[in-house]
Design a protein around this ligand. Structure first.
Ligand code: GLN
Length: 281
């Protein structure tokens, strides 16, 4: 293997089966340059340290580690978030949920001076931070069961200068008897036997597969919906991300729990990805 220049490194990446864009990002990461620089410096020599670091990163990418973990960050809804293997990598699909939340805060919930918002199972803090960034008047809370995830989320909040109240605990238990005007969640919703889990092996299982799930992937969505009435103000909205084939089930759960007229929105790929409704007991 020769990796003496940027061009050779990119050729090596191709031989390993690493996507070209990913390879350019990794070259840029190691050399502390942006992608535009990488594109314009094909013939630049790599020193020994860069070669070693790059060879190892390309190998790890080829073995399936998400690019976001290798470079330590991911862009989400215009924010640069630090991510570690303790948190799910934020997905563009989840921006559907964030856009919907912002629409509600600017629309139906606009009359609230300081709407109380919670992001249940926040992981890197992506949803909570994107909402706080777009809607500074909101009082944003976020919870997670994992201390390690909360440390990542808190760090992101501090770095971005966005004030979010972080709580440790399972779903609604994290915030005791507090009530909210808008609750958001991208909970684990992959069923334990799902074939595409193999491709997600580097991400935290607890963020992907619900604990004690019967095989539908719906267990945590159910827990969140079941607990909602005790933690939402009348007229509050609950928005949930879910799998492409779970929208009907989530709408049924919501109707049973006192929510009115559940709606579903599609992600960028056109798949039903988020379902929500107002709580009107
Ligand atoms: N959207 C993720 C995936 O299937 C799953 C995230 C989740 O379970 N919340 O890749």
């Amino acid at each position: 293997m020769t990796l003496r220049t940027v061009r050779e490194a990119l050729a090596h990446a191709r031989a390993l089966g690493v996507d070209r864009l990913d390879a350019q990002c990794l070259v840029g990461h190691v050399l502390k340059r942006d992608r535009a620089w990488v594109l314009a410096h094909d013939d630049d020599a790599l020193d020994g340290a860069a070669t070693g670091a790059l060879a190892s990163l390309l190998q790890r990418r080829a073995a399936g580690e998400p690019l976001a973990y290798l470079v330590g960050e991911r862009e989400f809804h215009g924010l640069t978030l630090q991510v570690t293997p303790d948190v799910l990598v934020p997905r563009p699909d989840t921006e559907t949920l964030v856009d919907w939340a912002i629409e509600l805060l600017d629309g139906e919930l606009a009359h609230l001076e300081a709407p109380r918002v919670i992001d249940l199972g926040t992981g890197s803090g992506a949803i909570a931070l994107a909402v706080k960034q777009a809607c500074p008047r909101a009082e944003v809370h976020a919870s997670d069961l994992s201390d390690a995830a909360l440390a990542v989320a808190r760090g992101n909040g501090e770095r971005l200068g966005l004030a979010v109240a972080w709580h440790r605990g399972a779903w609604w238990h994290a915030t005791g008897s507090q009530r909210f005007d808008l609750a958001l969640s991208n909970p684990p919703y992959v069923s334990p036997g799902d074939a595409h889990l193999a491709a997600l092996a580097h991400e935290p299982g607890m963020a992907l597969v619900p604990a004690g799930d019967a095989g539908t992937g719906l267990a945590d969505l159910e827990r969140i919906v079941a607990g909602a009435s005790a933690h939402l103000n009348p007229g509050a909205w609950l928005l949930l991300e879910h799998g492409f084939d779970q929208a009907d089930a989530v709408r049924r759960q919501l109707r049973r729990a006192g929510f009115q007229g559940p709606q579903t929105r599609a992600d960028l790929a056109g798949q039903p990805r988020a379902t929500g409704a107002p709580y009107r007991p």
